[in-house]
Write a protein that binds this ligand. Structure first.
Ligand SMILES: *[C@@H]1O[C@H](CO)[C@@H](O)[C@H](O)[C@H]1NC(C)=O
Ligand SMILES: *[C@@H]1O[C@H](CO)[C@@H](O)[C@H](O)[C@H]1NC(C)=O
Ligand SMILES: *[C@@H]1O[C@H](CO)[C@@H](O)[C@H](O)[C@H]1NC(C)=O
Ligand SMILES: *[C@@H]1O[C@H](CO)[C@@H](O)[C@H](O)[C@H]1NC(C)=O
Ligand SMILES: *[C@@H]1O[C@H](CO)[C@@H](O)[C@H](O)[C@H]1NC(C)=O
Length: 459
């Protein structure tokens, strides 16, 4: 009736997650977002807790869990209890009203839309801006606008400056994909300003370190060391490490990481990161050996064992992490502990929660294991095909295509023409599909290139 219409008009006029046009399908990493937000609430003392509780409430609503949504909103409310201004409370109450509305508790809707609102204050842009920053790429522009708007009213507010710096960093990072263009110096300048306002903010330190890594290696490394000293066990800090150490010498990386590990023996990411460094050195040594250079066998063995040691700890501490498990399986394979490797692979292949890019990696690494360690060529072909069939351009897909081409050549040489034909036809079909999709970069299919370079006749 008209009472209901009236209520809907009121609800739609409120500023909150329900009225900001947040579509579930646009949220990046929806599955892992709640855990990340809870991590942030637990590990860092920031004024953003109320924001994250509000966002968690909205995510609960998207999962149709109104009980959990209300719980989170109560937590947001108590996080805001001792605040001077009630502008963040307005957003929280608006979310309360909406959750009650969806639950059919109309009396409570009235309570939250009517009585408990202060007539003169307008909602703080803070919650919207920080929520958008956490929701992923499609919301960054909105986050940037919100922070800009907030900064106009309060140019030296630390929280707004930090958030604005982070969103600029993300937008500039996206710019390397060609999806977005921004002047590349603005982010660094803003990150420096943010750090001057919040000198202990280790996330800002790490982002600035990444931003200036190429131009100011020394200053950048100093920031990383300081961030790891202050936050050796904070997931949203340690997660950036692989990005940072990709461009640093392995020995230097290991030195820094080992020091940080002493402060955080129970950090799964730190152990994983150290494992990755040892893995990289192991791969280098194995390559040298394959190229006929003398390599100390004891050292190779030692590297593999260090990998196993650190990856095992990472898996033990965080068994749900796909990358930890895959790396452990792979390195068990390298160490010829085939049963242990097989057990992990089997579980990973059954895991329904993996997304396509994880699955692709898994098929490709498992394929290599079957091919090189188990000498099961046809089993490997099956896995490589599955990896290749997932239309995400990646190192693992290329690798799968490369080895499939090699196997086709091997079959050809042994007069197994049917098998060779089958593989090459598969690759050709997949590449044709790829060309029909709207990605113009994939003009020349993998297999054609390799077939040409290997002198294989096109079929
Ligand atoms: C949750 O929503 C359902 C209807 O969707 C309702 O029956 C139930 O009472 C609600 N629970 C709470 C705690 O509001
Ligand atoms: C920044 O703005 C927020 C929201 O208006 C406010 O709660 C906070 O106290 C401000 N911080 C500073 C340092 O002024
Ligand atoms: C630093 O250099 C590497 C390699 O040259 C490049 O891939 C990376 O994007 C650069 N990083 C930044 C932040 O410009
Ligand atoms: C890294 O350290 C190892 C010994 O710990 C040494 O053999 C190797 O040469 C070093 N590599 C570089 C690039 O310095
Ligand atoms: C798939 O999930 C992983 C986490 O395991 C994540 O890092 C990656 O970005 C996701 N990929 C896609 C395409 O969503």
């Amino acid at each position: 009736g008209s009472a209901n219409n009236n209520m809907e008009v009121k609800l739609k006029a409120l500023e909150c997650h329900f009225t900001w046009g947040i579509e579930k399908a646009n949220i990046k990493h929806l599955d892992s977002l709640p855990e990340k937000l809870l991590d942030r609430i637990m590990k860092v003392c920031t004024p953003n807790h109320a924001t994250y509780f509000n966002l968690l409430a909205f995510l609960s609503h998207l999962e149709e869990n109104n009980v959990s949504a209300l719980e989170y909103l109560h937590k947001a409310e108590s996080a805001l209890k001792n605040r001077q201004d009630d502008t963040e409370l307005l957003v929280t109450y608006a979310n309360f009203a909406w959750v009650h509305y969806h639950s059919g508790n109309m009396n409570n809707v009235d309570a939250y839309t009517g009585k408990r609102f202060q007539p003169h204050s307008s909602p703080s842009p803070l919650i919207k801006a920080w929520s958008f920053l956490r929701l992923g790429g499609l919301f960054y522009k909105g986050a940037k606008e919100s922070f800009q708007k907030a900064l106009k009213g309060d140019p030296d507010n630390a929280s707004f400056n930090v958030g604005y710096a982070m969103v600029l960093y993300r937008l500039e990072w996206l710019a390397t994909d060609g999806t977005e263009r921004l002047a590349h110096t603005e982010g660094a300048t803003q990150l420096r300003k943010a750090l001057s306002l919040e000198p202990d903010n280790t996330e800002v330190m790490v982002l600035l370190a990444l931003k200036i890594q190429n131009e100011s290696g020394h200053e950048s490394m100093k920031l990383i060391k300081e961030a790891l000293r202050l936050s050796p066990d904070v997931p949203h800090i340690t997660r950036y490490l692989s990005e940072y150490f990709r461009y640093t010498g392995i020995n230097e990386s290991l030195e820094v990481l080992e020091k940080a590990l002493k402060l955080s023996v129970n950090s799964p990411f730190m152990n994983y990161q150290i494992g990755l460094c040892h893995k990289q050195q192991f791969i280098q040594m194995s390559e040298q050996k394959r190229n006929g250079r003398w390599v100390n066998e004891g050292q190779i063995k030692e590297k593999v064992e260090l990998c196993i040691h650190h990856f095992s700890i990472a898996v033990e501490l965080k068994p749900s992490n796909f990358h930890f498990r895959l790396n452990l399986a792979e390195i068990y394979g390298e160490n010829y502990q085939l049963e242990k490797a097989m057990k992990i692979f089997t579980n990973l292949l059954k895991d329904e929660s993996l997304n396509d890019s994880d699955k692709q990696q898994c098929y490709s690494v498992f394929g290599k294991f079957l091919y090189y360690r188990k000498k099961d060529i046809y089993g490997a072909v099956t896995q490589f095909k599955k990896a290749y069939q997932i239309p995400i351009e990646s190192w693992h897909r290329n690798k799968a295509g490369k080895i499939l081409t090699q196997i086709a050549e091997w079959c050809q040489a042994r007069k197994k023409r049917v098998d060779a034909f089958d593989i090459l036809e598969f690759l050709a079909t997949e590449d044709k599909k790829g060309r029909k999709a709207e990605e113009p970069r994939r003009v020349e299919g993998n297999w054609q290139y390799f077939a040409k370079s290997l002198g294989i006749v096109q079929v």
